[in-house]
Design a binder for this molecule. Sequence first.
Ligand code: CMP
Length: 216
Amino acid sequence: MSAEDALFQRFGKEFPKSTILFREGESGKEMYVLQAGRVLITKRVRDEQKTLAVLGPGEFFGEMALISNKPRNATATVTEAAKLLVIDPKTFEGMIRGNTEIAVRMIKKLAERLADADAQIETLLLADPGSRVVHHLLTACQTRGRAAEEGVEIDLQLRELPAVTGVGEPGVRSMLERLERLGLVERSGERLTVRDTARLDEYLSFLEMRWKFGDL
Ligand code: CMP
């Protein structure tokens, strides 16, 4: 039996699509590790549910309430049938004490999450909606881009963009179409290729200037 199967036998649970694992504000002490499937992390802002992250296999969540003894700071919903390890506080402490590699991996992941949150704050601070879409694409290229023949490739779920950029779907769509017309990006299903990130960065500067000084 593989180590992963052994862990699943001890701590594993399966959850169907649409299960709400926990809601923001609830108390809860378990941490979850995703072995398969997908989980959406959302937060209520005013009256809307905003996406903070879409997590996939190998990622963990629910550690904040466990570590800080505070209520859940976001809601977790299964969006693709999931296999999860459900870790209680005692087991968590034992794992961290007994295996420094797990602790180091967690710290690295938390640092990445903080960097992502900083990038998202930067995106949202841009006044021009078009610039926010472009800035998000550039950040995604840096953090999760793959080198491809034609540039840098990223997986992009169009429906997530409004929540992370604060731009409505028509605005997102029209900006992506414009970028395609300008030959700056290419789209194929849920994959987007940025031909030349330096040129896209220049285009972002142009949008910012235009926002600041207006059209002629
Ligand atoms: P917890 O507060 O226990 O419950 C909600 C969980 O969502 C939280 O722990 C984190 O694991 C996770 N979470 C919160 N903010 C983010 C974020 N920006 N990116 C990824 N996961 C997050």
